[in-house]
Write a protein that binds this ligand. Structure first.
Ligand SMILES: [Zn+2]
Length: 492
């Protein structure tokens, strides 16, 4: 290909504040009956005055700080004027030249390569109402739900530094991870609390500067679609350029079923927003005291935590990445490591044992994540606790149960939250005692004379067969290594 993709992302994040951006209506609107969270302000009635939400502004600033933006000293809201049925005021309160945050960056990793992506700006605005197209009494109508009107919305705009669909996806996933770590948004694409709009253009390789067109993509509702829509555009624009045509500047929608983009609006139809300062809201001065307080409140972010997990617990980069992908998962892991380290030395803070930390990590990236994906459960709602996993691993470590048994009962503990030791006792799953084992081996050898003879003649595989027979007889309640040695001893 003679051309290279130039990609930037605009990401809208709905903030989860208690009340809306400019009024006191509750912002908890998910699954609420339409138009049940409204007042004159968010309905856009004449004469109603906006009142800014402090929590939303603080959330916007803290996201900016996490994205390495330099704190701004002043900021203001502006009116963005356009007409649309979901915007009854005829304008949206947004930010134009003085957003809360500017000039930051975010590091992403793609195929083991790290890259810094510039953040142009992160500003705050109000969400619009929601149009619902439906059929009522045989007629097609459009209904408006004002619950979403004036929900605080943050727009994070990246520099056009991304050069592949995969980089764009990784960047978007990372933004989601950060706002979730900061606990300022659910950032759930399915619920629309995270919306991604890529802009894509192609530039001839070796040429500097940006192309003089760009195509903005809308209606994307999953990370998978972000990748697919960008890939489709790269191909489409590439074909045009190969033919000597320049793609036009336009907005295109993503068709999830046909897996293609389609033209929605061209440059000629673009809105002229006629921004001007919002006269009903005074500008803000942002004090260094507020910034300092927000910095103090900032939790450990995913990258820092990943690095610490590698250093403190000796985890591989792969396991550390997996376990820090969600804050709740990382918290659960650390609690399990602590509980496991304290199984013997109770009461006092036991030293964290890196070996135990690795064992916990292996179980969590294996059985635990498998069950989590299978059941679709969320970490905070699990029946199984970190103490359960710690106990299970302790029982294995002390030889009271075998790993095979631990894996079998893991599922049940995960689903029911039963205590591992109680479950082992109830089901009689404890490892077979030595005297009993001798007895069982005798009977296996007696029942499999042919294999015994084969082994004595030098057929090594026969030993594995005998071990297998013993495992079957005991339902996996014997450690295979111990069994192998004992059988070998008897036959030599
Ligand atoms: Zn309201």
């Amino acid at each position: 290909m003679k051309h290279e993709p130039i990609i930037g992302l605009e990401i809208h994040v709905q903030l989860k504040t208690k009340s809306k951006m400019f009024c006191r209506c509750s912002a908890e609107i998910w699954n609420e009956p339409p138009n049940s969270h409204t007042c004159p302000v968010c309905l856009g009635l004449p004469g109603a005055l906006p009142f800014p939400n402090r929590e939303a502004i603080e959330s916007a600033i803290i996201v900016g700080l996490a994205l390495n933006c330099k704190p701004e000293k002043e900021s203001k809201f502006d009116r963005k004027n356009y007409f649309y049925p979901d915007l009854p005021k005829g304008y949206q309160i947004s930010q134009y030249d003085l957003p809360f945050s500017r000039n930051g960056w975010l590091e992403i990793e793609t195929d083991g390569k790290r890259k810094r992506i510039g953040i142009t700006r992160a500003h705050l605005e109000e969400d619009t109402a929601k149009l619902i197209h439906a059929e009522v009494a045989g007629r097609r109508v459009s209904l408006i739900d004002f619950n979403r009107s004036s929900i605080p919305l943050m727009e994070i705009v990246s520099e056009p530094d991304l050069s592949s669909s995969q980089e764009a996806k990784n960047y978007a996933v990372k933004i989601q991870q950060i706002v979730r770590y900061l606990n300022v948004s659910d950032a759930d694409m399915e619920k629309g609390s995270l919306r991604i709009e890529p802009n894509v253009s192609l530039r001839r390789k070796g040429v500097r500067g940006l192309p003089n067109y760009k195509v903005e993509l809308k209606n994307i509702n999953s990370f998978r679609s972000v990748e697919k829509a960008i890939e489709y555009e790269i191909e489409r624009q590439g074909r045009l350029l190969e033919r000597g045509e320049e793609p036009i500047q336009e907005t295109r929608g993503w068709d999830e079923i046909k897996l293609r983009t389609y033209s929605q609006r061209t440059k000629e139809e673009a809105f002229d927003y006629r921004y001007f300062p919002e006269p009903d809201l005074t500008p803000f001065e942002i004090s260094s005291v507020l910034i300092d307080n927000l910095i103090k409140k900032m939790p450990e972010l995913p990258d820092q935590r990943k690095e610490r997990f590698q250093k403190e617990f000796g985890l591989s980069p792969y396991n550390a990445t997996l376990l820090t992908s969600q804050k709740e998962l990382a918290d659960w892991y650390e609690e399990a490591v602590l509980a496991y380290s304290q199984t013997e030395v109770k009461g006092i803070k036991a030293k964290l044992d890196p070996q135990k930390a690795k064992t916990v990590a292996n179980w969590m990236t294996g059985e635990f994540l498998r069950k989590l994906n299978e059941t679709g459960c969320k970490v905070p709602n699990l029946a199984m606790t970190p103490a359960h996993l710690a106990e299970l691993l302790y029982l294995c470590e002390k030889g009271q149960i075998t790993i095979a048994v631990a894996k079998t009962i893991f599922s049940q503990i995960f689903e029911t939250g039963q205590k591992p030791s109680a479950l082992v006792a109830q089901k009689g799953l404890g490892a077979v005692k030595k005297e009993k084992l001798e007895e069982l081996i005798e009977s296996v050898l007696g029942e499999n004379q042919k294999a015994v003879e084969d082994f004595r003649k030098g057929k090594k595989e026969s030993l594995e067969f005998l071990v297998g027979q013993l495992m079957r007889k005991t339902g996996g309640q014997v450690d295979p290594q111990t069994a192998r040695e004992m059988i070998k001893r008897k036959l030599s």
